[in-house]
Design a protein around this ligand. Sequence first.
Ligand code: 5GP
Ligand code: ZN
Length: 139
Amino acid sequence: MTDCIFCSIVDGEIPNHSVYEDETVMAFLDANPLARGHTLVIPKSHHERINDLPADLATDLFAAVRDLTERVESAVDASATTVAVNNGELAGQEVPHVHVHIVPRFEGDGGRPIHALIDERPDVDDDELDALAAAIASS
Ligand code: 5GP
Ligand code: ZN
């Protein structure tokens, strides 16, 4: 897609610090890292959100995420990683081309868990959990 920064990286028009590439997926270091080794894993073809990915490509992407998580941790001697996707603009996605962040975590890094994302949590009782589960299961 024209005007997509990650498509330009795939096409070799923008330099990157590549860490992995195969037929369908590539990974490179984030240019503005949250931690040493912060890596982005992307499908080579342009899809905006996880929901838009063809099933096969989602499988390829997650397989690469699995392998790279181990390799990133080992390269920077981290014992944990936060693996996350900002899926859609409202969720903080700035580059509209699917990318999975692998962020190495270190003792005392001041980072927080995914549960720190939202301060105001909804009060959801058992009945509503039932209704929500049914709605998701049947959609
Ligand atoms: P988002 O907020 O969309 O989930 O994250 C976009 C990420 O892409 C950010 O962490 C940002 O630092 C990274 N990024 C944006 N432009 C470039 C670029 O041109 N090269 C690389 N390597 N990373 C980029
Ligand atoms: Zn793109």
